[in-house]
Design a protein around this ligand. Structure first.
Ligand code: NOJ
Length: 543
């Protein structure tokens, strides 16, 4: 690594914030959010499924971890075909998870402990058990009830074929036939019919949902399938059907997803959010091809944040990560928005396993934590990454993700990253449930060393590293970021007075002179070994 006097930088500066509607600084611009996948976080009532009471009991753990805000996965009444992303009533609480009073208590306690609370909204589709959809099935073709969804006549003789060749993300066709012969669109499971966003009633109802939760005091929303909602009105065939893992990255882009009309929805939602005090915010789950398209969702009058999934998809390689970071920082800066970093979620193979698993994956995941938390802008952590949880290879008969059935057992789905968290003790349920029960997905028998309790007092554990990094992150310089020169297999960047470095190469890397704030592994004669990262306080050279 060069000394600071040799700094030659690619500077990516973030322009000042757009004018804030309220007096406080916009907290979300560099917040650390923690994703709670509710079924798998903590079980309060002993049925083996996580719930709101379980989260409330564990809030002190989250405060001690040092996160600023929580993102709660859907907790609304749901038949659970897609584990809550099939919403039967967007303005109530699923009894398995609690009730509205329990939600209010959770929100109040989170606020009392200094954490913001954001929640999922699912505007693209509903459950087939939503009152609206049942009414649509009971009504005739062409009725106002059917106009809330996307019903069409079929193609081919007798309309026996689906209206077009669109496939569902979860496998199979995106159309389901109903007894009177019409078909309805479901880009996910058949139990998740797509709503018709060209119907003003659908848009009004979604804003009612936002207001319902904003009035209760939530600080913001994570928008499910935010690049969805509108489909090409022609409903024409795709030139070549795509497969689920190319969501939004092939010929379907602009046809099934990422239509220009969707931006008006977020302009309107922004006005709703801005009409409340305290910088209420929204982050979009936006799967698009390039950073410019991503940035379009976070223009000053649209969403506040959009997940940058390109880092999550990047290989463990300096060049690819450098390119992703530079490109997304530049694209987001051009619209005055921060870049939102994420490495894992309830939809992705846990990054410890993606980066090689075992000791190698753990070592890299430690370094990745300092990468993630060392970048400017908000970060989303996924529950369990702070405990070094790996992806779990579950037996076939335990799998519950609809992807497993819909793909004809060719794709195992996302259950492996959703296994209930280990909190304490040496055997399942590891304190996840208050009594000894079968958890909704089975936990491995060798997680005794990964529990929060086992890692709590060990500053070198993954939990210890995350806690220290979250504390030290407060010292990194705002939105300031610049690359420093170094070997091609290293990433070295400056944040104010702090230099951050991640060494992907085999040779140990020389660190700049200064106070070492944090390292993911022990240094070797003052140098940074392979697959490790460090933060060093080192004043920039005088100009
Ligand atoms: C994205 C969610 O994160 C995922 O879990 C869900 O299956 C789909 N959207 C459909 O709602």
């Amino acid at each position: 690594m060069p000394s600071s006097s040799a700094e030659s930088a690619t500077t990516v500066s973030t322009p000042g914030s757009p004018p804030a509607p309220a007096e406080q600084p916009a907290w979300w611009r560099d917040a650390v959010f923690y994703e709670i996948y509710l079924r798998s976080f903590a079980d309060g009532n002993g049925d083996g499924v996580g719930d709101l009471a379980g989260v409330r009991a564990r809030l002190p753990y989250l405060r001690d971890l040092g996160v600023d805000a929580l993102w709660l996965s859907p907790f609304y009444p749901s038949p659970m075909v897609d584990h809550g992303y099939d919403v039967a009533d967007p303005r109530d609480v699923e009894p398995v998870f609690g009730d509205l009073a329990e939600f209010d208590r959770l929100l109040a306690d989170a606020h009392r402990l200094g954490m913001r609370m954001t929640i999922d909204v699912v505007p693209n589709h509903s459950s087939d058990q939503r009152r609206w959809f049942r009414a649509a099935l009971a009504a005739a073709p062409g009725s106002p009830e059917r106009a809330r969804y996307v019903f069409r006549d079929g193609s081919g003789p007798g309309g026996a074929e689906p209206p077009n060749n669109w496939p569902s993300v979860f496998g199979g066709p995106a159309w389901q036939r109903v007894p009177d012969g019409q078909w309805y669109l479901h880009l996910f499971a058949p139990e998740q019919p797509d709503l018709n966003w060209r119907n003003p009633e659908v848009a009004e109802d979604a804003e009612d949902t936002l207001r319902f939760w904003l009035d209760r005091g939530v600080d913001g929303f994570r928008i499910d399938v935010a690049m969805g909602l509108f489909k090409d009105p022609e409903l024409g065939d795709l030139p070549t059907p795509y497969t689920a893992d190319r969501r939004g990255h092939g010929p379907e882009d602009g046809v099934l997803w990422n239509r220009p009309e969707v931006h008006d929805v977020y302009r309107s939602w922004r006005q709703v959010l801005d009409s409340y005090p305290g910088h209420r915010m929204a982050v979009g789950e936006v799967w698009v091809r390039d950073p410019g398209e991503l940035a379009a969702y976070i223009r000053p009058d649209e969403l506040h944040l959009a997940f940058n999934f390109r880092l999550l998809r990047a290989e463990w390689a300096a060049a690819e990560m450098r390119a992703v970071i530079s490109q997304t920082l530049a694209a987001c800066a051009a619209v005055g928005a921060p870049t939102t970093w994420v490495l894992s979620s309830h939809d992705a193979v846990r990054h410890l396993s993606r980066y090689g698993g075992g000791d190698l994956g753990r070592r890299r995941a430690r370094a990745a934590a300092l990468l993630l938390l060392g970048l400017p802008g908000p970060v989303y952590l996924y529950q369990g990454e702070e405990l070094a949880l790996p992806e779990v290879d579950l037996p076939d008969d335990a799998l519950q993700d609809p992807v497993w059935e819909r793909s004809g057992h060719t794709e195992r789905g996302r259950d492996g990253c959703r296994v209930p968290l280990p909190w304490s003790g040496g055997e399942p349920p590891y304190g996840f449930s208050p009594t000894s029960v079968r958890t909704w997905l089975p936990q491995p028998t060798d997680w005794g060393t990964l529990t929060a309790q086992a890692q709590d007092r060990d500053g070198d554990s993954m939990l210890g590293l995350y806690r220290r990094a979250l504390r030290a992150r407060r010292e990194l310089g705002g939105s300031d970021f610049r690359w420093l020169e170094g070997p091609p297999d290293a990433l070295i960047w400056r944040r104010g007075d702090v230099v951050c470095a991640l060494n992907f190469g085999a040779a140990a890397l020389r660190l700049p002179p200064g106070e070492v704030l944090l390292t993911s592994e022990g240094l070797e004669e003052g140098r940074l070994p392979t697959d490790s990262a460090a933060w060093v306080r080192s004043a920039p050279a005088a100009p």
